[in-house]
Design a protein around this ligand. Structure first.
Ligand code: RB5
Length: 169
């Protein structure tokens, strides 16, 4: 893999969140991202005290959808809960990725804007490689753009409660 480069111009701020199971990995990812010039919007958590992953997922999802962050990165035990939760927020395309191929495809084909990692199943070095791949891969456009637009159409077609109706943390 070549040296890291920003995937998109202006992709400066990354929203980052984790639950208690894996928050040390969030700190490692934060250090890695900061070293590479990103600013981090860290929504927590910062201790081993148990939290509920949907709360962190919502904060990162909102940061991405309002444009406060260019991308989101969420870490829980498997990555699955964070992906499921953040995908409830319209405009989010979250992908739980356990390898670099999935990370590349999630960007190239699905224009994923949130990467979910599983800190109990993916080690630090692999997580960084997955993150680097995701950030460094552009959306492929073309036929994939038509499909991603259909995802947005699904969101418009299915009425749902607004994010502001989400239960308080
Ligand atoms: C927390 O124990 C665990 O359930 C959470 O980190 C995550 O793996 C959920 O998907």
């Amino acid at each position: 893999m070549g040296p890291y480069q920003y995937g998109e111009p202006g992709m400066t701020v990354i929203a980052l969140g984790a639950d208690h199971a894996v928050f040390p990995l969030k700190e490692d990812l934060k250090a890695w991202l900061t070293t590479r010039g990103h600013r981090i919007l860290d929504v927590g958590t910062d201790s081993l005290d148990a939290v509920d992953y949907p709360d962190d997922a919502l904060l990162v999802a909102e940061a991405v959808t309002i444009g406060a962050a260019a991308r989101g990165v969420l870490v829980c035990g498997t990555g699955i809960g964070m992906a499921v939760a953040s995908n409830k927020v319209p405009g989010v395309r979250a992908a739980a990725c356990a390898d670099t191929h999935a990370a590349r495809m999630s960007r190239e084909h699905n224009a994923a804007n949130v990467l979910a990692l599983g800190g109990r199943v993916t080690g630090r070095e692999a997580a960084i490689a997955i993150l680097q791949t995701g950030l460094g891969t552009d959306f492929g456009g073309g036929r994939h753009a038509r499909r991603v637009e259909k995802l947005a159409a699904l969101e418009r077609a299915i009425p749902r409660a607004g994010v502001s109706d989400a239960p308080a943390r």
